[in-house]
Design a protein around this ligand. Structure first.
Ligand SMILES: Cc1cc2nc3c(=O)[nH]c(=O)nc-3n(C[C@H](O)[C@H](O)[C@H](O)COP(=O)(O)OP(=O)(O)OC[C@H]3O[C@@H](n4cnc5c(N)ncnc54)[C@H](O)[C@@H]3O)c2cc1C
Length: 382
C-alpha cells in the first residue's frame, strides 16, 4: 500500500495551500519542494529574478481566496500591516482622460480585495505546514495515488512525464514590481493606468509605511523594463511620477525591484490518470487583473471538493474523477485569460479611432451600473 495519498509537486503558494487543505481533510500528503537557492539556469534565462531577496510583490487577493486562507488558518496569522483592504479602485485609459471607478460601497461589500505581502504569505503558509497533520516534506518523488503538479510556470513534469502541451503567448513585456512610499495617503484606493503600451498598477499597502505605501506592478516592453531596472532610484522615481501624473504626490522607492516575464499560457489538459495540474503550472495570465494566484487558490478549493465528494469506491487517481476537476476549472481560467488578453490588446493600440472607442467604452461601462456590478462581482470571487 502507498504511504501517501497525494504527492504535491512544487511548494509555491498553491502547492503549500493544497498540502494544508488536503492534510486538514485527513489525506496523507507528501510535499515536494525545491530549495529557493536552486533557481535554474532555465529560470534565469526566462527572466526570473536572480536576486536572492524575498519576493517583493504585493498580491491583490479576492474574497474567495481570503476565505480559503482563513480556513487554512493562515489569514489571521498574517501581520496587520501585511494585508491591506482596498475600498476603491480607479482604472484610467490613455490621455483622453476616461476612467472607470469601482467602490466597495457601490458593490455592497466591505472591501474590493486585500493586498497581501507575498513574502509574509509564504512565511505563514510555512508556519502552518510545520504543525499540519498528515503532511510530510519530501526531497524526492514518492509513490502516491494522486500527483498534484503545482510547479509554477517552469513546470517540467507536466510536459516531460505526462506529455502536456502548452499554448503560450509571450507579451514581450516584463512585469517590474516593488514597493513605494507616497507623500499622499492611499486611503485604500488602488489605481491602474493603461498607458499603451505600458500598464501601471498601484496597490495600496501598509508596509513599510502604514497608510502611505504602495506595491507597484509595471508592465513594460522588455527593453524599456530592462532600462528601468538598471536606472538609479531617482530616475526610476521620476519615471513613475511622470506615469502617475503626480496624483499620489512624491514617490520614494522602498527596497529592490524585481521582474518577471509576462505570458499568457494554457495547458491542453488539466488532468489525466493519477495526475492534475494546478496554479501557474496550468495557466498563466497577465498580472494586470491581479488574478493568477486567485485562480490557483480556486483550483485548490475545487480539487479538494471534488476528491472529498467522490464515491467511496473511486480511487483518488481515478481519471473520471479528476476530469470533474478539469471540467470545473477550464471555463473560469479560460475566461480570465481571454479577458486580460483582450484588455491588453484593446489598450495596446495607439490608433486614434481605437483610442476613441476605448475611452467611450470605459465611459459607458462606468455609467452602466449593472454591467459594472457584474464585472466587479466576477473579479471579487463573489
Ligand atoms: C508581477 C506579478 C504580479 C502578480 N500579482 C498578482 C496579484 O496581484 N494577484 C494574484 O492573484 N496573482 C498575482 N500574480 C500571479 C501569482 O504570482 C502566481 O499566480 C502565483 O504565484 C502562482 O503560484 P504557484 O504556486 O502556482 O507557482 P509558483 O509560485 O511559481 O511556485 C511553484 C513552485 O514549484 C517549484 N518547482 C518548480 N519545478 C519544480 C520541480 N520540478 N519539483 C519541485 N518543485 C518545483 C518552484 O521552485 C516554486 O517554488 C502576479 C504575478 C506577477 C508576475
Amino acid at each position: 500500500m502507498e504511504k501517501f495519498d497525494v504527492l504535491v509537486r512544487g511548494s509555491g503558494c498553491v502547492g503549500r495551500s493544497l498540502a494544508l487543505a488536503l492534510g486538514a481533510r485527513g489525506y496523507r500528503v507528501a510535499l515536494l519542494g525545491r530549495a529557493p537557492a536552486a533557481i535554474t539556469e532555465a529560470g534565469l534565462a526566462a527572466g526570473r529574478s536572480a536576486t536572492p531577496g524575498a519576493d517583493v510583490r504585493a498580491y491583490a487577493l479576492n474574497a474567495q481566496a481570503v476565505r480559503l486562507l482563513n480556513r487554512l488558518r493562515v489569514w489571521d496569522t498574517l501581520p496587520e500591516d501585511a494585508r491591506t483592504p482596498v475600498h476603491d479602485m480607479r482604472v484610467m485609459g490613455d490621455r483622453a482622460g476616461a476612467s472607470l471607478q469601482f467602490s466597495a460601497w457601490e458593490q455592497g461589500v466591505g472591501e474590493l480585495a486585500h493586498i497581501v505581502d507575498a513574502a509574509a504569505l509564504e512565511e505563514q503558509l510555512d508556519a502552518a505546514l510545520r504543525f499540519a497533520p498528515h503532511v510530510q516534506r519530501v526531497s524526492a518523488p514518492v509513490p502516491a495515488a494522486l500527483e498534484a503538479l503545482c510547479e509554477g510556470r517552469e513546470s517540467i513534469t507536466a510536459q516531460s512525464v505526462h506529455g502536456v502541451q502548452f499554448e503560450r503567448h509571450d507579451y514581450g513585456h516584463l512585469g517590474v514590481a516593488g514597493r513605494l512610499v507616497a507623500s499622499q495617503p492611499h486611503q485604500g484606493q488602488a489605481l491602474q493606468w493603461f498607458r499603451s503600451p505600458d500598464i501601471l498598477g498601484m496597490l495600496p499597502f501598509d508596509r513599510p509605511e502604514p497608510g502611505h505605501s504602495y506595491g507597484f506592478v509595471w508592465s513594460l516592453p522588455r527593453e524599456r523594463a530592462q532600462a528601468m531596472l538598471a536606472a538609479g532610484p531617482a530616475e526610476f522615481e521620476s519615471a513613475l511620477m511622470e506615469a502617475t501624473g503626480g496624483v499620489l504626490g512624491s514617490l520614494k522607492l522602498a527596497g529592490e525591484r524585481q521582474s518577471w516575464p509576462l505570458q499568457l499560457a494554457r495547458a491542453d489538459r488539466l488532468s489525466g490518470p493519477g495526475w492534475v495540474l494546478l496554479g501557474d503550472a496550468a495557466h498563466l495570465v497577465h498580472p494586470l487583473a491581479g488574478h493568477g494566484l486567485n485562480l490557483g487558490l480556486a483550483d485548490v478549493e475545487t480539487l479538494v471538493d471534488v476528491i472529498t465528494a467522490r464515491e467511496s469506491w473511486r480511487d483518488l487517481g481515478d481519471e473520471k474523477l479528476l476530469r470533474r476537476y478539469a471540467r470545473a476549472r477550464i471555463a473560469p481560467t479560460w475566461a480570465m485569460g481571454e479577458l486580460t488578453d483582450s484588455l491588453l490588446r484593446g489598450f495596446a493600440s495607439q490608433a486614434p479611432v481605437i483610442s476613441r472607442l476605448r475611452n467611450e467604452g470605459l465611459r459607458l461601462v462606468d455609467r452602466a451600473g449593472p454591467i459594472k456590478k457584474w464585472l466587479t462581482a466576477r473579479a471579487l470571487g463573489q
